[in-house]
Ligand binder design. Structure first.
Ligand SMILES: [Zn+2]
Length: 104
């Protein structure tokens, strides 16, 4: 099962504070920019593939104690990435689990 996830060396979601440490060597996780009340299209765009820009991305939300992260896999080119989420973003995506993001 774990072979489907890139070897990041371990992200345990226990950041001491909400401030992302830029250039942290051990983490491959990216951050994203949408807000908790952004339009669904912006949320979808934030999850879109960075390699081929496809919006056809399969994602799985991982919710931590406070923040979360989302594992994205591009259905077009197969690129995988992990995006760190703030609590607002985590909440927003958790709401979207029930209603699929509509990618126009
Ligand atoms: Zn892609």
């Amino acid at each position: 099962m774990s072979s489907s996830i890139p070897p990041t060396g371990g992200f345990d979601g226990s950041e001491p504070c909400g401030q992302p440490d830029t250039g942290k060597p051990l983490s491959m996780a990216e951050t994203t920019t949408f807000r908790g009340d952004d339009h669904p299209a912006l949320v979808a765009a934030a999850l879109a593939c960075r390699v081929c820009l496809s919006g056809e991305v399969e994602w799985a939300l991982e919710v931590g104690d406070f923040e979360g992260q989302v594992h994205c896999r591009c259905l077009n080119c197969g690129h995988r990435r992990v995006v760190s989420l703030t609590s607002d973003q985590t909440l927003r995506l958790s709401l979207h689990r029930e209603e699929q993001l509509e990618v126009a």
